[in-house]
Ligand binder design. Structure first.
Ligand code: KIV
Length: 312
């Protein structure tokens, strides 16, 4: 059964006064139930109303408004340049799409690094954009080197803001990582730190963790030692679920996609073919077709019009 439908059932009894308390989308508890049942979780990014409509229609468990939108939708060369205002605009449009997918929104670079209270305010502002925003996602380095992010996450969790942490390759830290590189495969220390970071994140209250570009053995090991779901990207199939960037998955951009992506369709080719067909039909005047694409006016009215303008 669709897990959003199950939550409708769970919420059909009213526990507090409100005229509108039925969430028509998956809740964190629904995701936990699916995880506890051992069923893999699906997650995909979406950046606007139309892509969010597709993700919901496909009944994806989780929808991530990722800051990857900076590169995939806005044409920036990294996620670092994205502003909070640009990001919020996209979160709001995604949330206007109806459907079951639980919406998680990123904390873009620069929205929490300057100080904790500034970060808390920005996280709350993102949550307040729409009631569908159910969780914030925060990229975090090693628990030893990135004590600040650990503290920030703890502050969020202690205020009842659900946090999905993001470890391994964290694109917002591309410069300190020295590029977009696989993590947790260089040294014993790096592997131990990755594992310890995941455990600490669970301890301070994260409800789930994204693990990006990590050897599959590491991701599987971490997953087996945690009691919260892990969502992998480039981390093999031993995680509790998978996430992909929609433009990679659906072939919306160039030919080259990261090694870990399974491209299921090539929308760019389909779209370009459709556009070329449109251009040709405009140029050879086969579009618009007289009957199917045009509107009519009654003959007598038309003739009256012509007479009025003296053009018979
Ligand atoms: O921003 C994003 O899309 C992400 C995913 C790659 C996990 O963080």
């Amino acid at each position: 059964m669709n897990i959003a439908k199950r939550s409708l059932g769970a919420f059909s009894k009213r526990f507090y006064s409100s005229s509108k308390i039925v969430p028509k989308h998956n809740t964190i508890q629904d995701i936990r139930d699916k995880y506890n049942a051992g069923t893999p979780l699906s997650m995909c990014t979406a950046y606007d109303f139309i892509t969010a409509t597709w993700v919901n229609k496909a009944n994806c468990d989780l929808l991530l408004v990722g800051d990857s939108l900076a590169m995939t939708s806005l044409g920036y060369d990294s996620t670092i340049t994205l502003s909070l205002d640009e990001f919020k605009y996209h979160v709001s449009s995604v949330c206007r799409a109806e459907g079951p997918s639980l919406v998680v929104a990123d904390m873009p670079f620069g929205t929490f690094e300057s100080d904790i209270s500034d970060g808390l305010k920005n996280a709350i502002d993102i949550m307040k954009l729409h009631s569908k925003v159910t969780s914030i996602k925060v990229e975090v380095g090693s628990y030893i080197k990135d004590k600040y992010a650990m503290r920030f996450i703890q502050e969020l969790c202690s205020r009842g803001i659900p946090v999905m942490a993001h470890i391994g390759l964290t694109p917002q830290k591309v410069h300190s990582l020295g590029g977009y590189k696989v993590q947790g495969n260089k040294s014993l220390l790096q592997m131990q730190e990755l594992f310890e970071t995941a455990k600490q994140l669970q301890k301070i209250g994260c409800w789930s963790i994204v693990i990006e570009c990590v050897p599959h053995k590491m991701a599987q090991f971490i997953t087996s030692k945690l009691s919260i779901p892990t969502i992998g990207i480039g981390a093999g199939n031993g995680t509790s679920g998978q996430v992909l960037v929609i433009s990679d998955l659906l072939g919306m951009q160039g030919e080259s996609v990261p090694k870990f992506v399974k491209q299921t369709v090539n929308i760019r080719d389909i779209a370009t073919k459709g556009l070329k067909e449109y251009i040709t039909s405009v140029e050879d005047r086969t579009f618009p077709e007289k009957d199917s694409h045009t509107f009519k006016v009654k003959d007598d009215l038309w003739n009256e019009f012509l007479s009025s303008t003296n053009h018979k």
